[in-house]
Design a protein around this ligand. Sequence first.
Ligand SMILES: [Zn+2]
Length: 333
Amino acid sequence: MARKEVKKPNPRAIARTIPMCQFSAMGISMFYSGTGLDRAAAQRRDEEWIARQLHDRSSRIVPVWRGHNLILAGSNPSALTLTGDHSRGLLEIAGEIALLGLDGATAFFAADLSDHEMPVLAPIIGRGEFSDIREYGMLLDRGEAALLAYARGLLFWHQRHRYCGICGGPTAPRQGGHVRVCGTEECGAEHFPRTDPAVIMLVTRPGPEGGAALLGRQARWPQGMMSTLAGFVDPGESLEEAVAREVMEESGIEVTDVQYQASQPWPFPSSLMLGFRARAKTVHINIDPNELEDARWFTRAQISEFGKSNELRLPRTDSIARWLIDGWLREPF
Ligand SMILES: [Zn+2]
């Protein structure tokens, strides 16, 4: 039977009373950040050290299967990491294995089981089940959610970079899975884990009762959900330029005073969300129907009616979008 990781003092109570963020010595800490692990950048260059950690039965393995994490479901869900005999069996059949880091002297590894069908895995994973972390993220211990997201994101990168983008030759992991090296002798290019920067911005405009915020929705989102605008950063573009361009493209609104707020890892599959506030210089909305199916100005009073007098609702509490909106709602005016 899989043994559950021994937890540190559980910050869940804090996470639930302050659902959007925590304030730490490093500033604002978003959901899916803050694993607390030492990423062991120096040690992971030592192949023998990596091998010793892998053979150490106290090392903890974070299994990932086809983008899903191993979770003990229920009213109080928790992440399952494997150690001892269970981790041995898992490591024997795993595809990619990547070092996540150290918690004290204990090494954490992510192991990709995607090549196997569930009946093969069932005896190993015990009572756990592979789930989309976003189904449970808000209920998990914050550190556990960050650990699972990190494992998922790193292994996704491995899956998508098995071949060299320069010569097409096969690549192989090095440095505990934090680089892939092309195996073609005359090439030998090193490829590093990629994160795609995306800007996400709350656009507001002054007005009576504290003004209004621009919220929109994509057709594929859950019904009624209205959120901040967002988009990927283009090559050759500053973050501030990306904010202004995306808002203009999606809504036809011109913005100024673009101010960075906070960031959030969003490895679903590989984004880093960079949160901004911006002030609208124009009011008339002209949506790009290829991007959005709706965008509107909402006052604080209108947002407070979400889910009451209408079917509209705000984004998930584990998202930086919600953090940006809630921050604006709390501001005095
Ligand atoms: Zn190559």
